[in-house]
Design a protein around this ligand. Structure first.
Ligand SMILES: [Zn+2]
Length: 250
């Protein structure tokens, strides 16, 4: 859908763009995979380059809108409708990827209205559930300890959680390294981080140009995640290629 006169598209000169080095290895040598405008919402018809780091293989948008410059790309209803009944199946599938739930301290990053946590509490009432989301005004369940904030602003104490989850969040970040480091800091020794990201090696990403550009700032692969894990003190235990949570349309 093209933008309407009420929501004029940003011209290239109105974009706040920044050039960034590779978030994973710090190199600045890339090859361009493809270029694409915001075909999801037509906020701008600027063609954003999607590049691949020649040293480590991380795929990312570069140059990209700054964090502040990203706001128009999330305008309107982008963060709405994530907790409707049709998502209940998704929450049940997400639970399949977690260890057996009992009385753990569980944090969900980007928890929206907290419906996944509520689902988990339905399965294991003894859980201690925490949620953070910079865009959600609150959660509807008093059992969930919620903060409207980005993870980096929360300043949880060291070793706070047994389990941290992030479903389709890390492909939207501006600094994945800072987030991996923070998750590592707030996980208890032996704790687990379970997350879903887009796969830069998939047909959807590589050949169908299906990434939500420029909102999907980083596109991951198994070798890249292994490298992030090594860098931040995690052990990458299991990688599942599964499109049942979000299908190939994103
Ligand atoms: Zn790199």
């Amino acid at each position: 859908m093209k933008s309407t006169p009420d929501h004029p598209a940003l011209a290239a000169g109105e974009l706040e763009l920044e050039h960034v080095r590779c978030d994973l290895c710090g190199a600045d040598e890339t090859r361009e995979r493809y270029k694409k405008p915001d075909t999801g919402r037509w906020t701008s018809d600027f063609e954003f380059p999607v590049v691949e780091c020649l040293r480590c293989g991380l795929v990312y948008v570069n140059p990209r809108p700054t964090e502040r410059g990203m706001a128009p790309f999330y305008a309107g209803d982008y963060h709405e409708g994530r907790d409707s009944a049709q998502h209940e199946k998704r929450y049940a599938r997400q639970l399949e990827f977690l260890p057996p739930l009992l009385t753990q301290q569980l944090l969900d990053i980007g928890c929206a209205r907290g419906d996944f946590l509520r689902h988990a509490l339905g399965r294991a009432p003894g859980l201690q559930a925490f949620g953070v989301d910079a865009y959600s005004p609150g959660v509807g369940d008093p059992r969930i300890d919620f903060q409207q904030s980005s993870l980096l602003e929360c300043r949880f104490p060291v070793a706070s959680f047994d389990l941290v989850t992030a479903w389709a969040v890390f492909e939207h970040l501006h600094q994945p390294s800072a987030y991996f480091a923070e998750v590592r800091r707030i996980l208890k020794p032996g704790g687990s981080f379970v997350f879903l990201v887009t796969n830069a090696q998939s047909l959807w990403s590589r050949r169908a140009f299906g990434e939500d550009i420029p909102r999907h700032t980083f596109h991951y692969s198994e070798p890249v995640l292994r490298h992030y894990a090594r860098k931040h003190g995690f052990l990458l235990q299991r990688v599942c290629f599964d499109d049942r949570i979000f299908d190939g349309r994103g």
